[in-house]
Every structure is written in structure tokens, then in C-alpha cells.
Design a protein. Structure first.
Length: 218
């Protein structure tokens, strides 16, 4: 989970959104902002790669909490208006540790992936990087000689959402909320200035796609 060139409020919003218990407590206003800031401060710093003042995290949490009061207004403005969706099932999520895999190794691996299937996602994190790609025999063969420390998950699907710039600020919290309301639990999510990638169980992909398409049509 990583946002490139992200600010403290963006990282805080992403961390809270990915933790359903914290998200629900914040939305119901039954959580102490300072206590939550202490809990997630190290994770915020890990994502940003530098130290962050505790009060800055507290302010970011409060601003995110305040945004829930505007939820109905945001919904009327149709956060997903003019968004574009693509869904791909049969996805494998592969995680490599940066300690075992340098940037040159990653570049060489990307070149090999491109020859097998160019439709993959490369996501760089603070201490690792991930690849979302179709679960294919050639991909599995490619992983055999690599360090065994990498972890991979199968039976997944990805939904890529391209949202107009004017609507992106509310989308990172709104999308997980409507999917959760529809009984869909997100396995992972990756946010960038250009798009949002939702990773979920393959069995939930069709329903999640229909939920998002319905929102786009409103």
C-alpha cells in the first residue's frame, strides 16, 4: 500500500481506510485522535520515508473525520462520475523484499514480465515492491529461480479505477465504503495520482464491478 509523492493527510487517510475497525470507529466518532495518531505514526513515517510530528498526524486524522460530515454532499456530487473501470480476474499478487531484490534486479524482472504479459502493475513500497499480474504458468516458472522469501497470493482479481482529477479527493474513502456496504471486503488497495487499484477475492469481482458501475451511472 503506497501513494507516490503523498502528503501526510493522504497517507493517514489510506491507512485508516484499509483498517475497517479503525475506519468504523472514526466514522462513529468513538476513537481518540491522539491515541490513534500514536498508533499509526510509525506506519505513516514508514510510507513517507521520514519523521512526522505527532500533532501533524492528529490534525490529519481530525480532517479525515470531519470529511464524514460532508459525505451526503459528496455523494450528490457523484464521486465516481465519468470514472472508467477495468476488471481482471485470475490475478496473482507477488511481494518481494527490498533486502533481497535491488532496483537493477527489479528492472530486469519487469523486462521478463513484459515479455510474458504487458498488463501488470508494479508497485514500489518502502521496504518491498509488489507485482500484480495474471496467474499464468509462464509467470510461475519465472518465480522458481528467484529468492524464496517472496510471498504471493492467488485467486484474486483487480479493479482499476481511473477517476477525473476533480473527484479524486473523496474517492479514496468513498470507494471502500460503498464496497463494504455491498458486502465486499477489499484484500488490498493502491492509490496513485492517476488511478486506484482495488485487489479483492476473485469470487467478489463481478459484484464489486456492478456496484461501482451503478455508482458511475448515478
Amino acid at each position: 500500500m503506497r501513494m507516490i509523492n503523498a502528503s501526510v493527510p493522504e497517507v493517514v487517510r489510506e491507512i485508516i481506510t484499509q483498517n475497517r475497525s479503525i475506519y468504523d470507529c472514526l466514522k462513529m466518532d468513538v476513537i481518540n485522535y491522539t491515541a490513534l495518531a500514536v498508533k499509526i505514526q510509525s506506519e505513516v513515517e514508514k510510507h513517507l520515508g521520514n519523521t512526522v510530528n505527532l500533532n501533524t498526524v492528529v490534525v490529519a486524522i481530525k480532517r479525515f473525520a470531519d470529511s464524514f460530515e460532508q459525505k451526503e454532499e459528496v455523494k450528490k456530487e457523484s464521486v465516481l462520475k465519468n470514472a472508467r473501470l477495468t476488471v481482471t480476474d485470475g490475478i496473482m499478487d507477488i511481494k518481494f523484499s527490498s533486502n533481497d531484490f535491488g532496483l537493477e534486479d527489479a528492472a530486469a524482472l519487469m523486462n521478463k514480465f513484459s515479455k510474458i504479459n504487458s498488463d501488470y502493475e508494479f508497485i514500489r513500497l518502502a521496504d518491498s515492491f509488489r507485482i500484480l499480474t495474471e496467474d499464468m504458468d509462464d509467470v510461475r516458472k519465472l518465480l522458481v529461480p528467484l529468492p524464496h522469501e517472496q510471498n504471493f497470493s492467488t485467486g484474486l482479481a483487480k479493479i482499476k479505477i481511473i477517476i477525473p482529477e476533480e473527484n479524486r479527493s473523496g474517492a479514496t474513502s468513498y470507494i471502500p465504503e460503498i464496497l463494504h456496504a455491498g458486502g465486499i471486503e477489499i484484500v488490498n488497495a493502491f492509490f496513485s495520482p492517476d488511478n486506484i487499484i482495488i485487489v479483492l477475492k476473485e469470487k467478489d469481482a463481478s459484484k464489486a464491478y456492478d456496484i461501482l458501475r451503478l455508482e458511475i451511472g448515478r
